[in-house]
Write a new protein. Structure first.
Length: 308
């Protein structure tokens, strides 16, 4: 999401000009390829055992300020806002149901580019044309899973948190004048965006602070927002922010969210913006807001208006 915001600022500042100039904004993440680290390998390992460090946790999922897994921050959020395990599980199941329905009805076709995966020994490549995670869940197993982070009385599990995934998302950005001069019809325009931050341990609810900043910048009221995309790093993130912003669940993550679709951390911000563009078109709506929290206490939000 930050790349989209920075690209918008570059265009507004005149860094990118002319009908043939555009910016490609987005991100990617291959969590399945992130290695384990051998921290002592450069200086030498002394007598005895050494430790492999999981790069996903070390670089992506660790709260360095409180020296704990970000899942523990989600546990704190659940306690702070009185959100039960049952509520989180039901939210996760609904995210899967919505994403499965969206896949089955072709709602994602316009925003997914098929990827051909080469195979060994002369076999035909496999064409991946839809997300794999929504169909991977076993609905009946969700309530029986053990807590993933707080073993004794935790509420966050592998099922009601986002899974580890690979993904990439990008969008072409131009000024409206340049797009029209080039004969292109814009899908949406950015009305405004903003950031907010608080204590790192409370990053889970930072979207509730960033969204009002973005709406003020966009010159709209929260009530003008027809659909929201709130990144589901954990089910409790969406539940808490909906509570804080007083949002109706039927207007948030209507095609499912990161719990069901995945959260490749380097691309999720751009994915939910693209998904929001698609939702506005499919639902014949005009204004939407996408928001995402990040480790360190911050969050970003962006308000867009459909144009196609």
């Amino acid at each position: 999401m930050k790349t989209v915001m920075l690209a918008s600022q570059m265009i507004q500042c005149g860094v990118v000009q002319g009908p043939n100039e555009a910016l490609l904004a987005g991100g990617f993440e291959s969590m399945s390829n992130i290695p384990h680290y051998l921290m002592s390998s450069r200086t030498g390992t002394a007598l005895g055992n050494t430790q492999l460090i999981d790069g996903v946790i070390h670089d992506g999922l660790w709260d360095i300020y409180n020296n704990q897994h970000m899942g523990m921050c989600a546990e704190k959020c659940a306690v702070d806002y009185d959100i039960s395990r049952e509520e989180q599980d039901e939210y996760a199941l609904e995210s899967y149901r919505r994403s499965q329905e969206a896949v089955a009805s072709g709602m994602f076709v316009g925003e997914i580019e098929s990827v051909s995966v080469p195979q060994r020994r002369g076999k035909d490549p496999i064409l991946i044309s839809e997300d794999e995670e929504p169909s991977a869940v076993k609905m009946d197993k969700v309530p029986s899973l053990r807590p993933a982070f707080k073993r004794d009385d935790g509420t966050v599990t592998a099922a009601n948190a986002s899974s580890l995934n690979d993904g990439a998302a990008a969008m072409v950005m131009m000024s409206e004048e340049a797009a029209l001069e080039a004969g292109l019809k814009p899908l949406a325009r950015i009305l405004g965006f903003g950031d907010a931050e608080q204590d790192p341990v409370d990053f889970t609810t930072s979207p509730s602070l960033a969204v009002p900043v973005a709406t003020r910048h966009a010159g709209v009221d929260l009530s003008d927002i027809e659909y929201h995309e709130i990144n589901e790093a954990f089910s409790v993130v969406a539940l808490a922010n909906m509570k804080l912003l007083n949002l109706s669940p039927d207007r948030v993550n209507v095609f499912g969210g990161a719990v069901a679709l995945g959260h490749p951390i380097g691309m999720s911000g751009s994915r939910i913006i693209g998904n929001l563009c698609n939702i506005l078109k499919k639902k014949d709506a005009t204004i939407g807001c996408a928001s995402i929290c990040n480790g360190g206490g911050g969050a970003s939000a962006i308000v867009i208006e459909r144009m196609d």
